[in-house]
Design a protein around this ligand. Structure first.
Ligand code: HEC
Length: 255
């Protein structure tokens, strides 16, 4: 019985801790936030994700693409079909080639992906002092402790540059960025957006909402995965009890 419990505990640990915590030591410096999506029973806070989307759309999308997210997926976080349709239509997409072999422009459709801010990586670098703004679809997963990393990065501009460190032209000091130098100007400040739901748009609030949006964008099926995990654990626990009873029965017959 002890062994089965240990096995269960180990399995539980594996499913709950996930990969993010297993990587690197960078997280020592990071601010730690209690995210609603953390833990086995974690959930998505849809109003926060909607606000975070507004931050992405009005601020980050000027430089960062979001290649893997089609407009229609926004219905998962509480936007109506009509809202998604009109949002998509507000973008102009290049499509084609048509019968004449020419590319043409048309209004966006819900099945389209967010348009890229730059036609290619070189154009993106040229516009950003040689640095490439990374695609944001999986950004949160590509950094150790990604949610806390991005939150900390966005809220750690404006510190005094340490003595002896020189910041090149067009770059900024940010102690969270590995090396301390980032070629992204502080993208957020208080009131960078005016929230449609009336929430006060402090820098801290904007950063939190944006992170929740990016977490959802990177793993929209998180809730299903977690509830599946819980079901599997319940099933394993039930099976453990069942086999324990069966084993007892069998051995009591033999004795
Ligand atoms: C004016 C263009 C611009 C805007 C607007 C912008 N970024 Fe960036 N971002 C960049 C560039 C350029 C880099 C690459 C910086 C580097 O490598 O030094 C970058 C890098 C990043 C990184 C990666 C840092 C790392 O670990 O490598 C994150 C995270 C990030 N941006 C988040 C955001 C968020 C969130 C927003 C919106 C609130 C935003 N950015 C808005 C230009 C921009």
């Amino acid at each position: 019985m002890h062994i089965s419990f240990r096995l269960l505990a180990a399995l539980l640990l594996i499913t709950t801790t996930g990969v993010a915590h297993a990587q690197g030591h960078a997280e020592a410096k990071l601010k730690q936030v209690d995210w609603p999506f953390d833990g086995v029973f974690g959930t998505f806070d849809k109003p926060a994700i909607q606000r975070g989307f507004q931050v992405y759309r009005e601020v980050c999308s000027a430089c960062h693409s979001l290649k893997r997210v089609p407009f229609r997926r926004l219905t998962d976080v509480g936007f109506s079909e009509a809202e998604v349709k009109s949002l998509a239509a507000s973008y102009t997409m290049t499509d084609g080639p048509n019968d004449m072999g020419e590319m043409y422009e048309r209004p966006g459709r819900p099945s389209d992906y967010f348009p890229k801010p730059y036609p290619n990586d070189n154009a993106a670098r040229a516009a950003n002092n040689g640095a490439l703004p990374p695609d944001q679809s999986l950004l949160i997963k590509s950094r150790p402790d990604g949610a806390n990393y991005i939150y900390s990065l966005l809220t750690s501009y404006g510190h005094e540059v340490p003595e002896g460190m020189s910041i090149p032209e067009g770059a900024h000091y940010n102690p969270i960025m590995p090396g301390g130098v980032i070629k992204m100007a502080p993208p957020l400040s208080d009131d960078s957006v005016t929230y449609e739901d009336g929430t006060s748009a402090t820098l801290d609030q904007e950063a939190r909402d944006l992170v929740q949006f990016l977490q959802w964008a990177a793993e929209p099926e998180m809730m299903e995965r977690k509830s599946m995990g819980i079901h599997v654990m319940l099933f394993l626990a039930a099976m453990t009890c069942f086999f324990y009873v069966v084993k007892k029965r069998i051995w009591s017959d033999l004795h």
